[in-house]
Write a protein that binds this ligand. Structure first.
Ligand code: NIG
Length: 402
């Protein structure tokens, strides 16, 4: 097995408190030895391996785990965004516009579009993504989206219950039957998760429970979009049913916060959505202080959050939601891994997947301190260098010696 050492790391975030300082498990002047897929060792600077990449004293962090994306779609909704900035409210009905464009696109077009977004995400330091369907809303179309997503990730989510498509407007219960029946049967073989948008204008609590129960019976794990546009039943449904994550959580009652804190359901916050829809930001401080597990994700989609910049989400979480830079970094790495129930992601310690980001900065605080600046110098996924800044590439050599 060939090994790669990232040497001369000024500040290494392992996310393992048993391995270094504080909750981020920080190790200074470190070297990280990677195998073909996994982390082999955390050592002092100067370690030996087949290949060496000199981090030049930079900060190295676990790759970002983006646990909420809608990456496979066609069409553009920038006009809707412009109208919103001029005062129009966000209405999830815009989803149907993307459904029309996505249904009209070929599989090859959708594949190319999704791959381009994936390249953008890699450049932003994202080493693992969850990807949802939800922009076809018919049996063959949803199956096609799940299949395309499965080319890019093993965390595919079936989201036939995104909204009721126009052809079912007058018979939503028939659509729920379709989602729970034929559509689920077509999509489940390509998915790990099922999700439902539990919100006024989408699916109510009873419909959401029915859809999640059908998904669970088909062997899928549960996720919920909830409490995005107002106080509602999403969080309670997610917690009662043991969902891995409830996403958005922009509007929470005291009971919601208590329920999340007492549960194994992660609260996934999507602040780029609240930025792009001009809503209030979720109260991350209240959730963290109550003891809930918080994740941060991009929610990359054409309507409410068209970004792959998880650094932007981290900056918003610190500036607008009163998380510390350390909490926000952990929520975008280990938090995302928890939301996907992945114990192999989010850490840099022996046995973890070798998903690593070298920052063009001496500390992760620069993700907030230098907002909007591309600070990813290299992205390594499962031990493979997926992207590297040419300046850093010059520091790569074979046969590292002390
Ligand atoms: O997570 N809330 C539902 N789904 C997406 C929005 C999708 C869209 O507007 O196209 C979300 O924000």
């Amino acid at each position: 097995m060939r090994t790669l050492v990232l040497d001369n790391i000024g500040l290494l975030v392992t996310n393992d408190p048993d391995r270094g300082e504080g909750p981020l498990g920080i190790v200074r002047d470190a070297a990280l030895v990677l195998g073909e897929h996994r982390v082999i060792a955390v050592e002092a600077a100067g370690a030996i391996a087949d290949e060496r990449l000199d981090a030049g004293g930079r900060c190295v962090i676990p790759g970002f785990v983006d646990s909420h994306t809608h990456l496979v779609f066609a069409g553009d909704r920038s006009e809707e965004f412009v109208a919103r900035m001029a005062g129009a409210p966000y209405a999830a009905g815009g989803i149907r516009a993307t459904v029309t464009s996505t249904r009209a696109a070929s599989a090859e077009q959708l594949r190319e579009l999704a791959r381009a977004r994936r390249r953008e995400a890699v450049r932003a330091g994202i080493t693992h993504q969850e990807i949802k369907s939800g922009y076809a809303l018919d049996v063959t179309g949803e199956q096609r989206l799940c299949e395309l997503a499965s080319e890019l990730t093993d965390d595919v989510t079936f989201l036939g219950a995104h909204v009721v498509p126009s052809e079912y407007t007058d018979r939503p219960d028939e659509y729920v039957d379709l989602v729970c029946g034929e559509m689920l049967a077509a999509c489940a073989p390509h998915a790990r998760w099922i999700d439902v948008f539990c919100e006024v204008g989408a699916f109510d609590a009873d419909q959401s429970r029915e859809i999640l129960t059908a998904g669970r019976d088909a062997g899928l794990g549960l996720r919920v979009h909830g409490n995005q546009l107002g106080i509602g039943p999403g969080v309670q449904v997610a917690v009662d049913m043991g969902a891995a994550s409830v996403d958005h959580c922009t509007y929470l009652s005291d009971l919601d916060v208590e329920a999340l804190a007492a549960s194994g359901t992660v609260a996934t916050l999507l602040p780029a959505t609240d930025f792009s829809t001009r809503q209030a930001y979720p109260d991350a401080r209240r959730l963290l202080d109550a003891g809930a597990t918080v994740a941060l994700a991009t929610n990359c989609n054409p309507g409410s959050s068209y970004t792959t910049s998880i650094s932007f989400c981290i900056a918003l979480a610190v500036r607008e939601m009163h998380m510390s830079a350390a909490e926000a970094l952990q929520a975008a790495t280990l938090g995302g891994a928890s939301a996907l129930r992945r114990s192999d992601l989010g850490y840099l310690r022996p046995g973890a997947r070798a998903d690593v980001v070298i920052l063009a900065a001496p500390t992760y605080a620069h993700l907030v301190y230098r907002p909007g600046v591309p600070l990813v110098a290299a992205t390594i996924a499962a031990g493979r260098v997926e992207w590297v800044d040419p300046e850093l590439l010059a520091q790569r050599s074979s046969r590292a010696v002390r």
